[in-house]
Design a protein around this ligand. Structure first.
Ligand code: AVJ
Length: 322
């Protein structure tokens, strides 16, 4: 089919060993030390994340899905017909399918995804459920502006779809850079639909990142397992523990790996000493107030056109325009 021909031509852009090693050496030289959360998602990490979304404490995924179900007709009216829908990351496809079904006669769908395998997976599933929509996958880093393929039918405008509160995993300056890239990819008449987790009861938020079954802890520790396998480091998985706390002034979950003892770790021939109790930052998950989100997107030349909220637990969908 045309879809598989298009996919054959795509090269996998997953970072190589040298890139990962350089990122990790850089992060380990900072104080506090940090590891980039983008490396959570190897095959096992992606599976563990799927498992997190099914934990009773982890409310964001199911809350966003329900909200999307409730307001998809309103969204469809707000954005109009004949769209080229462009998704940042290829996700699990459930939210995408819901959105594409609700929209009036969408012209094409483009997931932007760094992993060729993940791209293949999602497009194969969606092509079956939505055979009338042209599938135009792009293997690229969505944090940079992307040149999009032109659909066969002329679309009315582009709609960027960025669910899952993934924006929240970016530090402030990186989030602004990403939103700026999104504005460029949207083009002059484009829109963006973004899912954001909202500031609310800290106990509820904290529980979501400390599930009783320990899946989130396993997800965090899997980062060390991945690094040991892919760059030959010797992190002791029993030597670190998961800790996730909500900072009210910073409006974010700060996930750390805490050293259980004084220990030495080797990465690419270099030694790193950890003190007993030393914490390494591995992930931020920002939550938003309307004021904080408005200020953030304004820095990238965007504003909110329409918004929908779920409450208790709270979660937001925002339709953005330039
Ligand atoms: C990737 C943004 C959906 O930050 O909530 C879940 C990743 N980390 N539990 C989030 C995550 C720990 C998640 N998102």
């Amino acid at each position: 089919s045309t879809v598989s021909d298009a996919l054959d031509a795509l090269t996998d852009l997953q970072p190589d060993r040298a890139r990962i090693t350089a990122d990790i050496l850089h992060g380990l030289s900072q104080r506090p030390r940090q590891l980039p959360s983008k490396y959570f998602y190897d095959a096992r990490g992606s599976q563990l994340f799927e498992q997190i979304t099914r934990q009773p404490e982890y409310y964001p995924t199911r809350t966003e899905l329900q909200l999307l179900q409730q307001v998809s007709a309103e969204i469809a009216r707000a954005v109009g017909p004949h769209l080229h829908v462009v998704e940042l990351g290829s996700g699990s496809g459930r939210k995408t399918e819901l959105l594409l079904h609700a929209l009036a006669d969408p012209v094409a769908y483009t997931p932007i995804e760094i992993s060729r395998a993940a791209l293949l997976d999602s497009v194969a599933r969606l092509a079956e459920a939505l055979p009338e929509i042209e599938m135009l996958p792009v293997c690229a880093d969505f944090t940079r502006p992307v040149t999009l393929p032109e659909p066969q039918r002329e679309p009315a405008r582009r709609l960027l779809f960025f669910p899952g509160s993934t924006l929240g995993n970016f530090a402030h300056d990186d989030a602004v850079a990403l939103l700026d890239a999104m504005r460029q990819t949207m083009g002059p008449t484009g829109l963006a639909l973004i899912g954001i987790d909202l500031h609310q009861d800290p106990a509820l938020i904290e529980a979501a990142y400390n599930d009783a079954a320990g899946v989130t802890a396993a997800f965090t520790l899997n980062l060390l397992r991945r690094l040991n396998r892919e760059i030959g480091s010797d992190f002791d998985l029993d030597g670190f523990e998961h800790r996730a706390r909500y900072s009210v002034p910073r409006l974010r979950i700060e996930t750390e790996l805490v050293s259980r003892c004084a220990q030495r770790v080797h990465v690419a021939g270099r030694a790193f000493d950890f003190a007993d109790g030393e914490a390494m930052t591995v992930e931020y998950s920002h939550k938003y107030t309307d004021a904080a989100f408005g200020a953030l997107i304004a820095e990238a030349g965007l504003r909110v056109r329409m918004q929908w909220n779920a409450d208790a637990p709270a979660f937001g969908l925002r339709l953005l325009e330039r």
